[in-house]
Ligand binder design. Structure first.
Ligand code: 0RQ
Length: 499
């Protein structure tokens, strides 16, 4: 077969044996493969019905659209997954110990794949707008790990998706880093600097064929910002403006913003603030809020790895491609999330925590230390290396049954040395230059929900004195209560705790 061979999704899936490592394009739902993974799920179901095993080791840039993680998981077709996911069914399987999952900093994955840490990649299934006969592949709405997958995979199947705009290539900036120590400097001097090519060069001999598709990304709409999110955003904006007024913060540092409802709302609020100067983004996902901010001249340009926008948002970008193409650069995640570039540009990192402990350690991934939510994603790539590192979250979750401020994090993704500023709807704690005991006071008095403050004060008062104060008998009392009684403080009424 050759570059020009047309395949149905079923024919492509039929070639992929049980036990294969399959790498799919996609970084969020953006640019994720669709038809072939669905056909693989159908094949898995048929094989299972016939009493035969069929499970795959699955890689993608980050999370995917429903056709990869959710559909394959429902067909019990995933044995192993890395480096990030956000699928309900897959999450349950991981948390029941049925699927192996490796949670990784997204900027590190390409290098580890190259080192062979994940074994050989048997197949890559990559969505593209065009494939030329000499193997130039033009990716769609995300770059993610696709260049690495195409480089390392033994065989490549291309999903040629007509639903995407062919001028996406004007945003793409694709470069693969040579192995160290011969990398040289990454010459990205400002977020829109381009250093690569608009296509992935694939060895044509590896291309098994193309599957034609015509369907939009399976994007999930974000919740409209609620008052809690808006209040978090206001604290953050006030703080940034104050830092600028004090001469501590240059006005033109690029912003990075994490995934999810809170992060999207904060971006919207930043754009609404008339005093906040127009800004550039050096981030990993381009979210919906940026579309309007760009149109209004509030966001001047963005570097990301994916257009992680709603279907309506992507339609707007395609309808106004003359305007958006020169303002967006899409990069491989090794570059969009590169710690050296984040440090060099002085990124302001804003990510979301599940919980924060009294000294500023952050858990972004594991509910009561055991149950995976999504994964660390790119948050660590940026937080440790940013000029300013924010973590934000509502002060309580699940109607007040869970406090986001806890004595000790039940799992740590970002430690006290990376976390600088914590924000909830109640206020902001600037932990920079502050010793542990004062950090604890700031987090309790400014960030914790008032209904949890007495408990946290009491914990601190009864803790063993040291550089950090802890009571190891009670450090996880709130988490134990949550598991045993369904609430961190079972006596607390919801109305008392609800924010
Ligand atoms: O659950 O939907 O069942 O109500 O967590 O919480 O408040 O809607 O916040 O959508 O911004 O997600 C940390 C998960 C936040 C996300 C996390 C429950 C809460 C709700 C979602 P429900 P919200 P968000 C780069 C950046 C790590 C990866 C990252 C995330 C659900 O931001 O995955 O930063 N971050 N990547 O009720 C139990 C707690 C909880 C809790 C909240 N303490 N215990 N449940 N929830 N706090 C992008 C990429 O990497 C691609």
């Amino acid at each position: 077969m050759s570059v020009g061979t047309e395949l149905s999704a079923g024919e492509a899936a039929a070639m992929i044996p049980h036990g294969s490592t399959v790498a799919f394009s996609g970084f969020t739902a953006a640019g994720a493969a669709k038809a072939v993974p669905r056909a693989l799920a159908a094949r898995a179901e048929a094989e299972h019905q016939a009493g035969r095993p069929f499970r795959l080791r699955v890689l993608a840039g980050a999370s995917t659209g429903a056709s990869v993680d959710e559909t394959l998981a429902r067909a019990n077709a995933i044995a192993f997954r890395a480096p990030y996911q956000s699928s309900k069914t897959l999450r349950q399987q991981i948390n029941r110990g049925e699927v192996e999952f490796v949670d990784m900093h997204l900027s590190h994955v390409a290098q580890q794949l190259g080192q062979g840490v994940y074994g050989a990649i048997d197949w890559a299934v990559i969505e593209a707008t065009e494939l030329t006969h000499d193997g130039k592949l033009y990716p769609t709405t995300s770059i993610g790990l696709s260049p690495t997958f195409c480089d390392l995979a033994a065989r490549v199947v291309v999903e040629l998706n007509q639903a995407h705009h062919p001028r996406l290539r004007e945003m793409a900036d694709i470069v693969t880093l040579p192995p160290p120590p011969h990398r040289g400097v990454i010459p990205i001097e400002q977020p829109l600097t381009k250093i690569g090519r608009p296509y992935i060069q694939v060895d044509p001999a590896k291309i098994v064929g193309v599957v034609r598709t015509n369907e939009p990304d399976e994007a999930v709409d974000l919740a409209p910002p609620d008052e809690v999110c808006r209040q978090i955003a206001r604290h953050l904006v006030t703080f940034l403006l104050d830092q600028m007024a004090q001469g501590r913060l240059p006005a033109d540092l690029p912003l990075q913003s994490g995934v999810g409802n809170v992060a999207n709302a904060v971006l919207g609020e930043l754009g609404e603030s008339p005093d906040f100067p127009p800004f550039l983004m050096y981030t990993e996902v381009y979210q919906d809020a940026l579309i309007e901010l760009m149109r209004r001249g509030r966001c001047l340009g963005a570097s990301a790895s994916a257009l992680a926008v709603s279907k309506a948002g992507l339609r707007t970008i395609y309808d106004e491609i003359d305007f958006f193409a020169p303002r967006i650069v899409l990069r491989p995640q090794e570059i969009s999330n590169h710690p050296a570039v984040a440090r060099q540009l002085g990124v302001i990192a804003m990510n979301t925590a599940l919980e924060v402990d009294l000294y500023g350690h952050v858990n972004s991934t594991h509910v009561h230390g055991t149950d995976l939510m999504n994964g660390i994603g790119g948050s660590g790539d940026f937080e440790r290396n940013a000029f300013l590192s924010f973590f934000m979250c509502p002060s309580v979750a699940k109607g007040g049954r869970i406090s986001a401020i806890v004595p000790m994090c039940s799992h740590v993704d970002h430690n006290e040395h990376s976390v600088q500023i914590v924000v909830t709807e109640y206020g902001l704690a600037d932990l920079r230059g502050v010793a542990p005991e004062r950090r604890a006071e700031l987090l309790i008095e400014r960030c914790a929900h008032p209904a949890y403050r007495d408990y946290l004060r009491g914990y601190l008062a009864g803790a063993r004195v040291g550089h950090l104060r802890h009571d190891l008998d009670r450090a996880f009392e709130l988490h134990r209560n949550l598991i045993e009684h369904g609430a961190m403080l079972p006596g607390l009424t919801l109305s008392e705790a609800a924010s």
